[in-house]
Write a protein that binds this ligand. Structure first.
Ligand code: AMP
Length: 190
């Protein structure tokens, strides 16, 4: 299966994707993790860090290069969970083109929904534990704005294909996971 997770920063995408990838035994492709791993003293690493640390989206060409490199790995050919990707309409269209050219298809889009005040509280709490440079109050606000302006519109793009399942991310992680599991199991029956 190929599943896209769409949700604002702090919605719990990473946690849920890890569990779901293990449940389905498919590759977990997190562009945030991959981009963070690219941060280094090299010129490319500094460029990537300048985007991530300020909460701006990395350029599509760079993200697509990283994603396609992962999709070319044998393990990802049989299924993949996209965590934090696509984040722009352009990325979604480029992914569609890549999948069509490789006779692959998307199965499901999970829309993980969490209230804005709860997101900010979760991210500020995470800042104390993980010390991510992009979890400051200012950067969080900018990331949430970018999510609403650039990423949330993707839901309409996929809604037209009847692929979107909305999940209430305000529940406990176990409850969220069992709802996701139910959607995935129902999709597998089709
Ligand atoms: P995340 O771990 O998903 O919250 O991503 C952390 C940061 O990595 C984001 O704020 C962006 O700067 C960058 N990033 C992750 N995924 C993408 C993407 N698909 N397109 C552009 N930038 C991304």
């Amino acid at each position: 299966m190929r599943i896209i997770f769409i949700g604002p920063p702090g919605a719990g995408k990473g946690t849920q994707c890890k569990r779901l990838a293990a449940y389905l035994n498919i590759v977990h492709l997190s562009t945030g993790d991959l981009l963070r791993a690219t941060k280094s003293a090299s010129a490319l690493g500094r460029l990537v860090a300048s985007y991530i640390d300020s909460g701006r989206l990395a350029p599509d060409y760079l993200v697509m290069r990283i994603v396609i490199r992962q999709l070319e790995q044998t393990a990802a050919r049989s299924g993949c969970l996209f965590d934090g990707f696509p984040r722009t309409l352009n990325q979604a269209q480029l992914l569609d083109e890549y999948l069509a050219a490789n006779q692959q298809k998307l199965d499901l889009v999970i829309d993980l929904h969490v209230r804005q005040d709860e997101l900010v509280a979760r991210l500020l709490k995470r800042a104390q534990v993980e010390h991510r440079p992009d979890d400051t109050r200012e950067t969080i606000a900018s990331r949430l704005r970018i999510f609403h302006s650039q990423t949330a519109p993707l839901l309409d793009y996929y809604q037209d294909r009847g692929m979107v399942r909305r999940i209430d991310g305000m529940q406990s992680p176990d409850e969220v996971f069992s709802q996701i599991q139910a959607c995935v199991d129902a999709q597998k029956q089709q």
